[in-house]
Write a new protein. Structure first.
Length: 200
């Protein structure tokens, strides 16, 4: 199943609620002149997000909040590089290798999803596309959303909280500081390269 439309005619909040209520898996891609954001769903829950062309990633947030170190992030990225066709989400890789506590992983994911939702909610114009599928291609890597996904966020709860944050930011005139949701600023994103050695 695929849904395509315009944000000016059908709000993204309705699409998110539809995916949640029908317990669908897939990706919503939302784009405008600023770029593209993605939300990834597994059985109606949000399991991943891509904030504005990948400007902020989950690994950066987890390092920023002290849940993992830069070295642990580099190690997890190296693990992912060992088997590209079966690459798992970074959070799942970190969890499976006991590099992050599940509570911290959930908090980092929550921040990333809220940032992404608030960004999208600020767009009056743009387009969206929902593609239903179990196996997704995210940044040229594949993983199966149904396999052992341990960290997710209730889409309805995430949307309601993001609408609250959006309303506060609009009221306070702080919509230009969406990165502040995760305690980040407008400086260049943290770039971490995978460790260049064999992971055993």
């Amino acid at each position: 199943m695929s849904l395509i439309g315009d944000l000016s005619q059908f709000p993204i909040s309705d699409i998110i609620q539809f995916v949640h209520e029908t317990r669908k898996s897939g990706t919503i891609r939302i784009g405008c002149f600023k770029g593209e954001c993605n939300l990834v769903f597994s059985k109606g829950d949000i399991v991943s997000a891509n904030y504005l062309n990948g400007m902020v990633r989950i690994g950066q947030i987890l390092v920023h909040i002290g849940a993992i170190t830069k070295a642990e992030l580099a190690w997890a990225l190296a693990i992912q590089e060992q088997d590209p066709p079966n690459r798992k989400p970074l959070v799942l890789t970190l969890l499976e290798n006991s590099m992050v506590a599940k509570e911290a992983a959930c908090e980092g994911l929550k921040m990333l999803i809220e940032m992404t939702l608030v960004e999208i909610l600020s767009w009056d114009f743009g387009h969206y596309e929902f593609e239903e599928c179990n196996v997704l291609n995210l940044g040229s890597w594949f993983y199966n959303l149904t396999d052992h996904q341990e960290v997710s966020l209730n889409a309805r709860a995430a949307l309601l909280e993001s609408l609250r944050i959006f309303d506060e930011k609009r009221r306070d005139g702080t919509m230009d500081n969406i990165l502040g949701i995760a305690g980040l600023d407008g400086s260049l994103p943290l770039l971490v390269e995978p460790r260049r050695f064999q992971v055993t």
